[in-house]
Unconditional design. Sequence first.
Length: 308
Amino acid sequence: MASAVISDHAEPPLWPESMRLVASTAAAVGSTGHAVILEGRLVDHMPLRLPVTVLSFGLKGSSRIEWKRQGRLSRFVGAPGCFTILSAGEENSFHMDQAMQTLNVCFGSDHLQALADREWKPYGRTIEITQVSHQNTPEIVGLAQSLAGLLRSPRQGSGLYAETLWTQLAIQVLWNFSSLPRESGDGFVERLPDARLRRVVEYLESSLGSEISLEDLADLAGLSPNYFVSAFKKATGQTPHRFLTEKRIAKACELLRNPQVPIAALALSVGFSSQSHFTTVFRRYRNTTPASYRAQILGMDPQNDPGY
């Protein structure tokens, strides 16, 4: 199946043929941006390579969605009030089991760069947008609902109003989901915003048994690694490494309540390289060994631990 190509100010026929055009800002917004309301579903992992960043916001209906990109598969339920962001130039493919109505807002890279240079100090490098799924940042939800209402019922002055909403959405995308540094000239570091922090924490909690790199976490937050460490620590009071280790130890404590689980297997399941490494770290955080901890909470003799 051929990929669907969407230009910066795409006319409706360039959207996937399976999606019916409901409304568009093409005439009202002019050269600033473009948004359409589409209805339908993407089938058979419909491939998309977009030259623009697209924020797709659920308006009506819900669907189980499979999203493949960069060797990763995400499954989530698309529903009203949630949005997905596709960054420009990335290869994506989708499968939906039900039709949905969505607002799709396009942001050209040049426009995002110009907006960033105007509202922040000149960045100097190409701004990267983080791809995300199933988000519901309140500020973006409110703006998207207003823009969708305007598209459905245009009125006098709608061009300027649509341009204002589009610009505010672009700023929110830059603020929450971009690589734009958030540091002032005096070195002040802001805390990681709630939306980015939630993405990082959810990723950590679902990947305790996997190898997790600082670069992965920084990419997920849309920040440079150095700035991410500072922003994360300001938000949580801990470095990413200590935060992850405490999560792993807490999960290990839960699993130690099952005497049938071997400690060696348990150690690997929560991300430690070996039982000895796990024991060393566990003793540092709990002042005891995993076997002794298990014996204490289960009232058993450590020497008789069947999972040791």
